[in-house]
Design a protein around this ligand. Sequence first.
Ligand code: HEM
Length: 314
Amino acid sequence: MSIAVRAHTSKQVCTTCARGRVCSADHGLIDPCCCRTCRYFPSKYRREIGRLNGELEGVVLESIRRSREIADEGRTTSTYGRGLLAMLLAEMEKKKEKGAGDDGKFSYDTRLVIDECKTFFFAGHETSALLLTWTLMLLATHPEWQDKARAEVSQVCGDDPPSADQLSKLTVLQMIIHETLRLYPPATLLPRMAFEDIRLGDLHLPRGLSVWIPVLAIHHDESIWGADAHEFHPERFAAGRRSSAGAGRFLPFAAGPRNCVGQAYALFEAKVVLAMLLANFRFTISDDYRHAPVNVLTLRPKYGVPVHLRPLRP
Ligand code: HEM
């Protein structure tokens, strides 16, 4: 069997820029911003932005409707069903102001839920897809680590899909995932702004200064990671050697109060998917693979990652 693993390729638009163009699915590029006023002029780009936004909100509204339907049918005990969306809806319901019901438009609550869903989708979908994509590429090109990870999965999980308890025991897989996030962090830059004058060691950061934390550069810095900084060596994340992942050096999920809220979930999800793939397939990289990481907000494989999957059992 042969599959081409590709990062999320849905169309994107620049919502901050009037001249922002709809990106091509293959390049995912967004034009830099121009002036603020021109966003109010109609153009085919803005119409496309509106259309895509409407389409996306339609999908979210449909999920909300389904969630309510499931609850109405009594298939769950909670009001809105189960899962993150159900929790959001239940929370919003609690906070709903009396009389702020649906007047044919979105209610205040529904608007908030839609926005939260969009944030979770954009923050969590492509990043996780990229983590899986790069991990598969590295395992396919480092068969010795693929074998080690498969042996661990077999020892810990046997022939069954991994349980929540077993996931924490997949330490080799965890090292591989961390090393992948170091070499190919999906989010390569962290933008921040100083809201007040700050002194950071010898540096004075004046209020309003824009600071970009170069995650990709930090993760490849030889003075931090050693001469083999650009190579795939998961053992650097082995227990007892975690010092190399110390504060400020390993930032795939950012750090501090605005770090990734989906971090634990993302690692959990990646482990489940990889463990199941390892248990069922051997993978090798296709001859068509062209190594071309491109940094377009996220770190993507320009030409995808075609991988051959061969079932381990007939
Ligand atoms: C491998 C997967 C992921 C990576 C590498 C990643 C990375 C990041 C990073 C670097 C940030 C901080 C951005 C910044 O402060 O500038 C962030 C924030 C965030 N992430 Fe993730 N993320 C991943 C998966 C997820 C998932 C699965 C979800 C949701 C289910 C999620 C939800 C969020 C949200 C809501 C924020 C904003 C948090 C805030 O501003 O307080 N992420 N993520």
